[in-house]
Design a protein around this ligand. Structure first.
Ligand SMILES: Cc1cc2nc3c(=O)[nH]c(=O)nc-3n(C[C@H](O)[C@H](O)[C@H](O)COP(=O)(O)OP(=O)(O)OC[C@H]3O[C@@H](n4cnc5c(N)ncnc54)[C@H](O)[C@@H]3O)c2cc1C
Ligand code: FES
Length: 261
């Protein structure tokens, strides 16, 4: 299925704010937590997105408007047609006694991961952070989740601080078997540092500009390792991350050139 584009009608839209929405689409194929799909709007672009939940018949995809494609998504209505390809990438491996750390829309794949962990009755705690309340999706769903620790940088929802702030005491208290992370790269690198300090394995989901999604174009290759984030990622463990030399460098744009800081 991965190479084949199929078009589907949007089934429902859940609007958190004008720039943060979840879209329900028919479940075109099976997908694991942490894997991603690409969405296509004819004449606009094709872009990668994680799955934030599945039901027997639908995928949920949660999008924050940042540029051309995602802003166009905010104009889409129930019943509009959209192209989907996937599933792509490796996804998270499910383990018990874990900590999930998400930032902003990075919480999207963690919601689906939490759904699957819940189904197999694996114990987890989910630290869900965002810059501000308006950028934190799923509040209604998650408020009922006893494992959830909400955080905002400005204190407008949950505890004030970064989503990595409660992580160290939690690691000490829980001795987790793995820490899952998804969100901005500085947050992921902070998780990596704390995990190394306490020798806890990590599974961290990274983002890079992607084009083909199937390992051909080389757009998402990580310097030093040759890892294609769309195939060998987006979820990396410590061994995979250790070979990468481009951490903390600006990301590459569509041309392959690194953006200026
Ligand atoms: C594997 C994977 C999974 C993803 N899952 C999701 C998801 O579930 N939900 C979601 O909303 N997004 C997700 N993204 C990011 C999403 O693909 C980008 O937001 C999207 O490509 C931006 O396209 P655009 O045309 O709107 O912006 P562009 O026009 O490409 O970019 C416009 C501006 O926004 C900046 N920008 C681009 N991406 C981001 C970003 N992620 N955060 C902040 N600024 C950015 C660019 O540097 C540029 O300055 C994922 C990305 C990957 C690689
Ligand atoms: S997007 Fe083309 S190789 Fe990854």
């Amino acid at each position: 299925m991965a190479e084949t584009m199929k078009t589907f009608q949007i089934q429902e839209i859940n609007e958190y704010t004008e720039t943060l929405k979840s879209f329900l689409l028919p479940k075109a194929f099976d997908v694991s937590p942490g894997q991603f799909v690409t969405l296509w709007i004819p004449g606009i672009d094709e872009k990668p997105f994680a799955i934030s939940e599945t039901t027997s018949s639908n995928f949920e995809i949660t999008i924050r408007a940042v540029g051309t494609f995602t802003k166009r998504m905010m104009e889409m209505k129930k019943g509009d047609w959209i192209g989907i390809r996937g599933p792509f990438g490796n996804g998270f491996q499910l383990m018990g006694n874990t900590i999930l750390v998400g930032g902003g829309c990075g919480n999207a794949p963690l919601k689906y991961l939490a759904q699957k962990l819940d189904e197999v009755k694996y114990d987890f705690t989910w630290i869900a952070g965002a810059k501000t309340s308006l950028e934190l999706p799923f509040k209604d769903t998650l408020i009922a989740n006893k494992y959830w620790i909400p955080m905002t940088d400005d204190g407008t929802y949950g505890q004030k601080g970064f989503s990595t702030d409660p992580l160290e005491p939690l690691i000490i208290e829980r001795s987790p078997s793995v820490i899952y992370g998804s969100g901005p790269e500085p947050m992921l690198l902070e998780i990596r540092k704390l995990a190394a300090k306490y020798q806890v394995p990590v599974q961290l989901s990274f983002e890079r500009y992607m084009k083909c999604g199937i390992g051909i174009c080389g757009q998402c290759c990580l310097d030093g390792s040759g890892l294609r984030l769309c195939v060998e990622g987006p979820v990396l463990d410590e061994k995979a991350m250790a070979a990468v030399t481009e951490w903390e460098l600006p990301h590459r744009s569509a041309s392959g050139k690194r953006n200026r800081r």
